[in-house]
Write a protein that binds this ligand. Structure first.
Ligand SMILES: Nc1ncnc2c1ncn2[C@@H]1O[C@H](COP(=O)(O)OP(=O)(O)OP(=O)(O)O)[C@@H](O)[C@H]1O
Length: 262
């Protein structure tokens, strides 16, 4: 069981406070959706929890140990961060990029082993990109690239995976496939935290929802606790009419409500 925590963590850059006094505890075996408007601080929080950004005040702990006490290589095997966009200076095949997920295990001179190749093969399969393995990354579509970067993360076999808007550039079928994969990974014991703009996807797939607004944690709890019609109006400027599907799934039908009408 992994526990990832932030304790009173704040980040300030050039006098603007990007995150303010964030305290939360996340457990493995859960899929957690991070929601908030553009600029709310979702990417910043994901990077903080991945150890890629240091808090000015407060701390982040993995299993009660501060992240900055871990060696980078050790942390990379435990927490994997999937960015929104990735560019490479050189031409790499999809296989090469997914194999990069094995770098923390490979060291400088250790050759790839059967285990590394199996991890890459499995990651390609789970993200439905086996057929792209020998293609050049830079020639792929945005959605295909996104799945390659998720596959690279799976190849690390990290128990904690933090994904920044993983379905933003995917078609609906592949978006659902990635959300279902995230759900499956959480059910297998991973801690999956993903930022999303799709409130109905959070309702459908998440165990917990974190609501960020202007760098502040406004709510954390089950989707039903956090995603109330009042919270949608206050934090997203949306009028949400609750609906229920024939299989009992709760969803919202949205209408825009201007901030002035809050
Ligand atoms: N390096 C930086 N220096 C200064 N300000 C930054 C930096 N990185 C992000 N910000 C600011 O911090 C705020 C939060 O940005 P962040 O990318 O975390 O938001 P987000 O919730 O992920 O937004 P989006 O949904 O648009 O991706 C924004 O106002 C952004 O301009």
């Amino acid at each position: 069981m992994d526990i990832l925590q932030a304790q009173h963590a704040s980040i300030t850059v050039a006098q603007s406070q990007l995150l303010q006094d964030i305290t939360l505890t996340l457990h493995s075996g859960q899929l957690i959706a991070l929601l908030g408007l553009n600029g709310a601080g979702k990417t910043t929080l994901l990077k903080l929890l991945a150890g890629l950004w240091q808090a000015n005040t407060g701390k982040v702990l993995l299993n009660n140990v501060e992240l900055n006490l871990f060696r980078r290589q050790t942390l990379a095997i435990q927490i994997s961060y999937v960015p929104q966009q990735t560019h490479f200076e050189f031409a790499f095949t999809v296989w090469d990029i997914v194999m990069m997920g094995r770098n923390p295990y490979l060291g400088r001179f250790r050759p790839e082993t059967v285990k590394d190749k199996q991890a890459v093969t499995r990651a390609l399969e789970r993200t439905d990109i086996t057929h792209l393995a020998q293609r050049w990354f830079h020639e792929l579509s945005g959605g295909e690239k996104q799945r390659v970067i998720i596959a690279r993360s799976l190849a690390t076999q990290a128990n904690i995976i933090l994904l920044d808007e993983p379905i933003a550039s995917l078609d609906i079928a592949h978006a659902l496939a990635i959300l279902q994969l995230c759900r499956q990974l959480a059910d297998e014991g991973h801690l999956i935290l993903l930022s999303l703009h799709d409130i109905n996807a959070a309702l459908r797939y998440a165990d917990q929802v974190i609501l960020l607004h202007a760098g502040q944690l406004k709510a954390i709890g089950t989707p039903q606790q956090v995603l109330t019609t009042q919270a949608l109006q206050t934090h997203f400027h949306l009028l949400g009419e609750p609906l229920s599907t024939h299989c009992g799934q709760s969803l919202f039908y949205f209408e825009h409500c201007l901030p002035a009408t809050k």
